[in-house]
Write a protein of this length. Structure first.
Length: 302
C-alpha cells in the first residue's frame, strides 16, 4: 500500500498530505522561468557533478539531478569516476571546476567509496560554488543566522513548511520542534534553520535517552535518523506537523521512511509521504542553490 492510499482511507482523523512532489514541480517551474530570463541576458547557470564508484542509489540520485538541470535550463557537467580514484585526483578535479567560470555549482555525490577523504574533498569546494552547503563557510554562515548556500534537504523542508503553512496560517515560530538526527547534511542545519524561524528546537540523536517523550511534546517533528519506522504513530500529538526525511528501500523495492506513516497519519495535522515528500524537494533546492550561486557570483542580485 502506498502512503497516499493510507491517507485516503476512511479513518476517524486523517492528516493532510504535504505533497513534496507537486511543490517541487512548482519550484522547478519557477526556476525555469528565472533561467529563461537569465538566458536572454546571456547567462546560463552551470552545475558540475562528480559521481565516484558504483553505488546504485548514488547513480539514481545523480541521474535525477542531471534530469532536473535539463528541465530547468541549467548546464550540467558530469564526471563519473571509478571507485579506485584517489583523493588527490578528486581534489584536482575540484580545483579545475573551482577555476572554471562556467561552473557555478559543484557537487560531489556522497557517500564516497571507502578510502576517500570526504572531509578534505568537501572542504576543497569553493564556498561560492558549494551548492550542497556542507562546507564550513556555508554552515558557519547558517550558524551565524546569515545563510548563503544552505544544505538542500533541510532547506527543502523549510520551503515545504512555508508553502504548506502559509495558506493554513501555520508557521514554525514559537512551535516546539523536535529534529531527530544531528548529521552535518540534514539534522544540524535543519535545527539551525528552525531556530532561525523562531521555533523552540530540541535536537535528538542516537544517544538521546527518551526519544518518545521528546516527540510526544512536539508540535513539529522532523525525522532524519535513517531508522525505518523509528517514530511510532502513538507518539504523535494531535495537530502535530510531521516531516519524514528518512528513505529506506525494502526487499520488495518499496520506499518507506523514519515515521510509521499509517498510524502517524491518523493523529498528525499534516504529514509528508515517502516517497513523494522531502526527496523531490531536495533536488528542487539544489537547482535553486545553483541558480542562486550563479546570480551571486555574477553580480545579478539574489
Ligand atoms: P546519518 O546516518 O548521517 O545521521 C543519522 C542521525 O540520526 C545521527 O545524527 C544519529 O545520531 C541519529 N540517530 C540514529 N539512530 C537514532 C535513534 N535511534 N534515535 C535518535 N536518533 C538517531 O544520516 P543522514 O545523512 O542525516 O540521513 C538520515 C536519513 O535521511 C537517511 O534515511 C537518509 O537516507 C535520509 N535522507 C534523505 C534525503 C532526502 O532527500 N529525502 C536526503 C538526505 C538524507
Amino acid at each position: 500500500m502506498t502512503d497516499s492510499a493510507v491517507v485516503a482511507s476512511p479513518a476517524a482523523h486523517v492528516a493532510e498530505l504535504i505533497d513534496g512532489k507537486a511543490m517541487a514541480a512548482t519550484i522547478r517551474g519557477e526556476l525555469r522561468a528565472t533561467v529563461q530570463t537569465m538566458l536572454v541576458n546571456g547567462t546560463r547557470p552551470g552545475l558540475a557533478v562528480a559521481l565516484i564508484g558504483e553505488d546504485p542509489a548514488s547513480a539514481v540520485y545523480v541521474g535525477g539531478k542531471i534530469k532536473a538541470c535539463k528541465e530547468i535550463g541549467i548546464q550540467s557537467i558530469e564526471a563519473r569516476l571509478p571507485a579506485t580514484t584517489t583523493t588527490a585526483e578528486v581534489l584536482a578535479l575540484i580545483d579545475t571546476w573551482n577555476a572554471d567560470d562556467s561552473v557555478d555549482g559543484i557537487l560531489v555525490q556522497l557517500p564516497l567509496p571507502r578510502g576517500l577523504d570526504t572531509q578534505a574533498i568537501v572542504a576543497r569546494i569553493s564556498p561560492e560554488k558549494d551548492v550542497d552547503g556542507f562546507g564550513a563557510d556555508n554552515l558557519g554562515r547558517l550558524a551565524q543566522g546569515k545563510p548563503r548556500l544552505v544544505a538542500c534537504t533541510p532547506w527543502g523542508v523549510m520551503e515545504m513548511l512555508k508553502r504548506w503553512g502559509q495558506p493554513h496560517g501555520w508557521t514554525p515560530a514559537g512551535k516546539r520542534a523536535v529534529v531527530i538526527g544531528r548529521s552535518i547534511t540534514v539534522g544540524r542545519p535543519m535545527a539551525l534553520l528552525l531556530l532561525g524561524a523562531d521555533a523552540t528546537v530540541t535536537i535528538c540523536h542516537s544517544r538521546t535517552a527518551d526519544l518518545e517523550s521528546a516527540v510526544r511534546q512536539a508540535e513539529l517533528v522532523v525525522a532524519a535518523a535513517g531508522q525505518r519506522h523509528l517514530v511510532k504513530g502513538e507518539w504523535i500529538q494531535e495537530g502535530t506537523v510531521v516531516i519524514d526525511v528518512g528513505i529506506h528501500r525494502g526487499e520488495d523495492g518499496k520506499l518507506t521512511g523514519d515515521v510509521d506513516f499509517a498510524p502517524a497519519s491518523q493523529r498528525a495535522r499534516a504529514i509528508t509521504p515517502v516517497p513523494g515528500g522531502v526527496g523531490p524537494m531536495t533536488i528542487a533546492m539544489l537547482m535553486a542553490n545553483t541558480v542562486s550561486a550563479c546570480r551571486q557570483r555574477r553580480g545579478l542580485g539574489v
